[in-house]
Design a protein around this ligand. Structure first.
Ligand code: SF4
Length: 389
């Protein structure tokens, strides 16, 4: 079932979704499920492998690009038996050309990693770990319903280091109920002892229907107000820059040379494939999204059908919109020259009015060749992005 392995241009990224968690966090509305039986996990991986094999068969005649990033996200990929990750990666290696220097990432939640799993990941070729800490303080971890403690995080990092992982990212959150600026600073200070190469800092978003949204609505939990939340964001920004991190995307910081090569593909509007429950992809100019109903996803694949809903091929104007609003997430901004190379005209031709009004509001800055978010633009990112939709 091998696809054509000749083409070496335009490398491709692959995302694999592993939708299982030990317990649902109180703020989470991702495609993830807790308390699944061993049978249901096995069925899921059978379906996932079918989806990958079907893709390979259906695209057998294409010159598929080399894959240079693979990302196991979730859910909690580290919660399932390591054998499932090994067989999925082996299948990907069988049907795609994987670059020798490929960045292969797995998301890990503290409390689910063992030394055996970590060394099997390493042996299978995984070379980057993304660890979900969120906060250093146990009282905050409890409020947000994480399964782990600070001690579990420390143990996870020791395991990763012991088996030789050097490239790892840590997720932290700001704007949590009961969180103070001092807690955020303590989280960052403690983290530096583990020498992460990358940090993602997310602001809590209350998703309707989650337990946390219900508690806040019922007045049982208080969130920091917008000013406090922004103060936390800017404190994270200042601290990490002082430590030598680059702020390269609205939520992402890295040591020089350690951007997430996989995530950058999303913002650069280059093709990537998504496999698994609720996974999204962008391929041959079309976006697609898989079913996020676990049973339906498995049944569709068992019946030999595609689990994805494909949007029509994007026309040039949609492509331009996406290029602008995804590209502006990058702190380096977007270059008019690049837009001209891709679309044959300046972005001022199409968006002159929108851009000028965002510049006048202090949300974007233009230096004659690059358009980028200002500090104020970071605080009102959604307003900027929506202006290009
Ligand atoms: S670990 Fe992540 S995916 Fe799983 S429930 Fe918590 S937030 Fe959601």
């Amino acid at each position: 079932m091998n696809v054509n392995k000749k083409n070496q241009i335009d490398p491709l990224g692959i995302y694999c979704h592993i939708p299982f968690c030990l317990k649902k966090c109180s703020y989470c509305d991702f495609s993830s499920f807790s308390c699944q039986s061993a049978d249901s996990i096995r069925n899921y991986f059978e379906a996932l492998h079918k989806e990958i094999s079907n893709f390979a068969r259906e695209n057998e005649s294409l010159l598929l690009p080399t894959v240079d990033t693979i990302y196991f996200g979730g859910g909690t990929p580290s919660a399932v038996d390591a054998g499932y990750i090994e067989t999925t990666l082996a299948l990907l290696k069988e049907v795609f050309v994987i670059a020798e220097t490929a960045e292969i990432t797995i998301e890990i939640n503290p409390g689910t990693l063992t030394g055996d799993k970590a060394s099997r990941y390493k042996k299978a070729g995984i070379n980057r770990a993304s660890v979900g800490l969120q906060a250093w303080q146990d009282f905050l971890l409890k409020i947000i319903g994480r399964i782990h403690s600070q001690a579990d995080f420390i143990k996870t990092m020791e395991i990763l280091k012991n088996v030789g992982f050097e490239n790892f990212s840590v997720d932290v959150m700001v704007g949590l109920p009961g969180q103070k600026l001092a807690d955020v600073m303590e989280t960052l200070q403690e983290l530096m002892a583990f020498s992460p190469t990358h940090l993602s800092s997310y602001s809590l978003i209350l998703e309707p229907g989650t337990p946390m949204a219900n508690w806040v609505e019922a007045g049982q939990l208080d969130l920091p107000d917008d000013d406090e939340e922004r103060e936390m964001h800017w404190a994270v920004d200042g601290f990490l820059k002082n430590q030598g991190f680059e702020h390269y995307e609205i939520s992402s910081y890295c040591r020089p040379g350690y951007q997430s090569r996989h995530n950058v593909k999303y913002w650069d509007l280059v093709p990537y494939l998504g496999f698994g429950l609720g996974a999204h992809g962008f391929f041959k100019g079309r976006r697609y999204g898989n079913s996020n109903e676990l049973e339906q996803y498995c049944e569709l694949l068992q019946a030999g059908k595609s689990p994805g809903l494909f949007e029509p091929v994007m026309d040039t104007s949609e492509m331009m919109n996406e290029w602008m609003f995804l590209g502006l997430r990058k702190l380096a901004g977007v270059r008019d020259d690049d837009f001209m190379v891709r679309f044959g005209e300046s972005f001022f031709v199409r968006y002159g009015e929108v851009i000028n009004s965002l510049i006048a509001d202090g949300l974007l800055a233009w230096d004659g060749s690059v358009l980028k978010l200002t500090d104020r633009g970071q605080d009102f990112g959604n307003r900027v992005f929506m202006a290009f939709v």
